[in-house]
Design a protein around this ligand. Structure first.
Ligand code: NAP
Length: 298
């Protein structure tokens, strides 16, 4: 069994991004810039935004956090996004989710200019991805593809089970895997909460690659995984752990201790998909900057 080390792979990817950023800065006289819109005081969201800003800085990408109060109105957040769309020094925009419950996140996400949508969440980018057109792909599934690619794993002709069909992970993951390309061309089955348990187990047992994005610790058990399978665990759930100073630990969807010995490759949680998601966001910001300067649209 080989561990798919997301930390190491993401560090290599970020180093490539940093080299490209330095080159483009010397050509265009400025570095790419990411703007993150943070609404309210949710500690986890604030931490994620800070981590993204720090990762940008380490790659030479400039960043700006636009922090709005928890009671910001829909109109105020809309105006902020529109201002960032018009700001020519901003190349990428993200709206950190989840937003306070009084805000309509779908309405806000679709306001982001598709060429600056570095999370890849707008209907235009999702639609372009589904049609196999040039787009900015959602960061987590694109990060998973890069994790596989950089570790010498191709998906062509392989049976892949994607568990979960959310708009940010499962659904775009399936779209990427179905593209006509070296890192696509897979035979994809998508499972979700309405998939009967016996069906889920049969599909997973029949798959060369399993990508689980549910948020249910222990969902993927050893008897559901065929020997030699490749398992990518996207799930990240906080579970109580009094033995830790923080009082919790992060758990994936996969029963790692029992599944790992059967696999050819497996991602850990944490340290698997998470670091690749941030590296992917940086890569998308660089791509948005490059396309702007080459005059191409998203
Ligand atoms: P989500 O929006 O809650 O979607 C969960 C999906 O799982 C839904 O499609 C749901 O089906 C499906 N599901 C629920 N129970 C199931 C079951 N028993 N069997 C099969 N499918 C089931 O979650 P998400 O945003 O995609 O995130 C999923 C997990 O990945 C979470 O733990 C999240 O924290 C983690 N995550 C990690 C990263 C990272 O960078 N590491 C990034 C994003 C998300 P229905 O559609 O039928 O409800």
């Amino acid at each position: 069994m080989t561990l798919l080390d997301g930390k190491k792979t993401a560090a290599e990817w970020r180093a490539d991004t940093a080299r490209r950023v330095a080159l483009l800065k010397s050509i265009h006289g400025r570095a790419p810039k990411l703007a993150a819109v943070l609404v309210g005081d949710d500690p986890a969201s604030a931490t994620y935004v800070r981590l993204k800003a720090k990762a940008c800085e380490e790659c030479g990408i400039r960043s700006r956090i636009v922090h709005l109060p928890a009671d910001a109105t829909q109109q105020q957040v809309r105006d902020t996004v529109r201002r960032l769309n018009r700001n020519s020094s901003v190349d990428g925009i993200i709206v950190q989710l989840p937003l306070p419950s009084h805000l309509d996140y779908k309405d806000l996400l679709q306001l982001i200019s598709p060429g600056k949508d570095v999370d890849g969440f707008t209907p235009v980018n999702i639609g372009r991805l589904a049609l196999g057109m040039q787009c900015l792909p959602p960061a987590t599934p694109a990060g998973i593809i890069e994790l596989l690619r950089r570790n010498g794993i191709t998906t062509r002709g392989r049976r892949v089970a994607v568990v979960g069909r959310s708009n940010i992970v499962g659904r775009p993951m399936a779209s990427l895997l179905m593209l006509k390309s070296d890192m696509g061309d897979a035979t994809v089955t998508v499972c979700h909460s309405a998939t009967p348990q016996y069906e889920l187990e049969a599909i997973l047992r029949d798959s060369d690659i399993i990508i689980s994005a549910v948020g249910a610790p222990g969902l993927v058990k050893a008897h559901m995984v065929r020997p030699g399978a490749i398992v990518v665990d996207v799930g990240t759930t906080r579970v109580d752990d009094p033995s830790r100073k923080s009082g919790y630990r992060l758990a994936g969807d996969v029963d790692f201790d029992n599944v790992a010995p059967k696999c050819s490759y497996i991602t850990p949680v944490p340290g698997g998909v998470g670091p690749m998601t941030i590296a992917s966001l940086l890569h998308n910001t660089l791509t948005a900057f490059e396309r702007k300067h080459s005059g191409r649209k998203s």
